[in-house]
Design a protein around this ligand. Structure first.
Ligand code: GCW
Length: 678
């Protein structure tokens, strides 16, 4: 049992190891900028100078690194001595200015220049230089695709008897809370904020969306402590958000009702929100999980979710705050005998009729798939259908259903597929551009000495940040950046080994777990390891319907639940048709006989047998690679990964044995590969 008071200060590698300061160090630095974050910019250079030398210089002509914020200071006095890179970057900015958070990074004649419109952009530029090293020659333009790039923490203030300190957390305890209080020492939060800023994250919600009574008070009497966290995040350009309980007016305010149409309820939210802004002037806003998995919501009063969000939105609006209102609303007490109810349809049914009815500062936060962060799901139909509502797409960096940071599973490729999905077919805009409210993900860090339990799971946090900034970037190139930044001393061979371990780890995980998009098959409650029928006869709405003849969920319009009809053309027809449905989703949309032949040429049953055996072999191969030469990887990281690969191989083997045995017993069809069932 780890003590939840203890926060590790161990210096295990992150993508900003000490050595990366070398990228800013031993240089003459000129800063022509004002704004609150310029002090953070200076502190980065000071840190580098302490380690590697260097100095600030007054004259721009003497500098090797120049940071300019154009917004505050008007035209920069250029003269003959001004380095060419400065001219170039300023000219680029003048002809097509970057947005508030963007920057130009130019390099010529050994001079690097960052030009930004604001101090925030300058900070991102400097952190980019820190993380990625020497910019290539020429001028690079960077700006985020969307303004909101956020992490949600599912952290509890006290250790919850079932969910622990962090719900679905696999990295120790909360970095924010211990023993029902905000931690006194927030040094780790500060280091976390620096990491997040370096990949462009600009908002963090600090507490669990399941808001229990202790955490509800963060909004009221715990505010001074919340303000301490906000103070630590602010220098890194990160605004703090709180998850709040919809029933706060009754829970905290003593009102008889939380009905969102009552003036007293509006007034309660107004006063509570004004008090928040008295303590935290740049407070980001509220995150709300309402009418979901037992959390209270507007349905109690016969109101819609748009009505439910209204009092919170109205209270936040004058301060520039926003409401993240989650669309994860479904019946978690459904009757498994009732084949017509489909959890996949629920969010669309609840939210699409409300399109255009939400207040302007409400962001509807939609999980990327219609179910729940499974290893494979189609994309959520809600994202394509809400055209008059600001939508944020929610991902899960914490690996609840993808190996719980015991298995290596780099999720960048999975997220890329989702972000590149085109609702209207190949000529339509990618899903990424529909995320007008940006991206949100459930964080995966805690007090663990490696931050993320599995040291290689840091790559997921990095990739989420980078993709939320540049959603169509190549996820394997992002991984390469992470590898180079985190393990700067690796040689080509070791970097190739890291790629061999990580690049297709998501595909490997998919092979040995629930097949062909059907999902779940996990042990109920904690969700780790196989239990094919674990949720089959429960009220949770996550079924696979395997019987002696076949498996899968019929979600067609013709004979099934009709979910396929929530997609626009061409997907509606493609998913509806068994002949056209992509193999990887066939059991999400169709109930098929075991001998149904996939596009791959394999039958469903043989696919299950083959992929599961392959998946275990993949993990054994990873183990072999990891046991080979790994120059530049520190021994503690190496040892932790070695130890976790043993568990991954055991677990993959358990999945394989249970899944193949289960389907052999159901179908009576033997594995053509002759491998054993039990
Ligand atoms: O994936 C499920 C988790 C719950 C979580 C819920 C949600 C915070 O199993 O633990 O609750 O999703 O997203 O609200």
């Amino acid at each position: 049992m780890t003590s939840h008071r203890k926060v590790s200060r161990a210096e295990h590698p992150t993508w900003l190891p000490k050595e990366s300061s070398r990228n800013l160090g031993d240089k003459r630095v000129h800063i022509a900028a004002t704004g609150p974050l310029v002090e953070t910019v200076r502190s980065e250079f000071r840190r580098a100078m302490r380690l590697f030398g260097g100095s600030f210089v007054e004259k721009i002509g003497d500098a090797e690194i120049v940071v300019i914020v154009t917004g505050d200071q008007g035209p920069v006095g250029l003269d003959d001595e001004t380095p060419a890179a400065v001219h170039e970057a300023l000219a680029a900015h003048a002809s097509e200015p970057v947005s508030a958070e963007g920057y130009f990074l130019a390099n010529r004649d050994s001079v690097s220049v960052i030009v930004a419109a604001t101090d925030r952009g300058a900070l991102y530029g400097v952190l980019d230089l820190l993380r990625s090293g020497e910019p290539g020659s020429g001028t690079r333009r960077e700006e985020p695709a969307h303004a909101i790039r956020m992490l949600d923490h599912w952290d509890n203030m006290t250790v919850h008897p079932v969910m622990g300190a962090v719900e679905r957390g696999y990295s120790g305890d909360s970095i924010f809370f211990a023993d029902g209080e905000v931690r006194r020492d927030l040094d780790r939060v500060s280091r976390y904020a620096r990491l997040l800023a370096s990949v462009g994250i600009n908002r963090v919600a600090i507490n669990n969306v399941n808001v229990h009574s202790t955490e509800a008070r963060l909004l009221t009497d715990k505010l001074p402590d919340v303000a301490r966290i906000a103070d630590v995040l602010r220098p890194w350009g990160i605004r703090l958000h709180l998850s709040v309980n919809f029933a706060s007016p009754t829970l905290l305010g003593g009102l008889a009702s939380a009905d969102p149409l009552l003036p007293a309820v509006h007034e309660w939210w107004r006063q509570a929100t004004d008090r928040v802004y008295d303590s935290i002037p740049d407070f980001g806003g509220y995150v709300v999980k309402a009418d979901s998995e037992g959390q209270p919501g507007p349905f109690t009063y016969g109101r819609t979710h748009a009505e439910g969000a209204e009092p919170l939105a109205v209270a936040l609006a004058p301060h520039g705050g926003i409401v993240h209102w989650r669309a994860f609303v479904y019946d978690h007490r459904q009757d498994w005998r009732d084949r017509s109810t489909d959890r996949a349809k629920a969010a669309f049914d609840h939210f699409v009729p409300l399109d255009g009815k939400f207040a302007d500062n409400v962001v509807v936060q939609v999980k990327h798939g219609p179910m729940d962060f499974q290893v494979r799901e189609p994309v959520s139909t809600v994202i394509g259908a809400l055209t008059k509502t600001t939508v944020a797409v929610e991902f899960q960096v914490t690996q609840e259903y993808t190996g719980q940071q015991k298995h290596v599973c780099y999720l960048g490729p999975a997220w890329s597929e989702i972000l590149r999905f085109r609702f209207g077919g190949s000529d339509a805009a990618p899903l990424a551009s529909l995320a007008t409210g940006g991206f949100v993900a459930v964080s995966n860090v805690g007090t663990d000495e490696f931050w993320t339990g599995h040291p290689l799971a840091q790559s997921n946090l990095y990739a989420f940040g980078r993709l939320s900034w540049e959603p169509l970037a190549d996820s394997i190139e992002i991984l390469d950046e992470w590898i180079r930044a985190t393990f700067p001393d690796t040689d080509d061979g070791t970097r190739a080994a890291l790629h061999a371990v990580l690049d297709s780890s998501w595909a490997t995980y998919e092979k040995y777990t629930a097949p062909l998009g059907v999902g779940f098959m996990v042990r109920p409650g904690h969700h780790y390891g196989p239990d094919v029928d674990g949720y089959e006869y429960t009220p949770w709405g996550t079924y696979h319907f395997a019987d002696r003849d076949g498996v899968g969920v019929d979600r067609t319009q013709t004979t099934g639940t009709g979910f396929a009809g929530q997609y626009p053309s061409p997907w509606r027809a493609r998913y509806e048709s068994l002949a056209e449905c992509p193999d990887e989703l066939v059991l999400f949309f169709h109930h098929v006989p075991y001998d149904h032949v996939l596009h791959s040429g394999s039958s469903v049953i043989q696919h299950i047998y083959d992929t599961h055996a392959d998946g275990v072999e993949d993990v054994a191969r990873l183990q072999g690679i990891w046991a080979g030469p790994t120059q530049g990887i520190d021994s503690a990281t190496h040892a932790r990964v070695t130890q976790l690969l043993v568990e991954q191989l055991r677990s993959a083997g358990e999945w394989n044995d249970q899944i193949r045995t289960y389907f052999f017993r159901k179908s009576g069809l033997a594995d053509a590969g002759g491998r054993p069932h039990f």
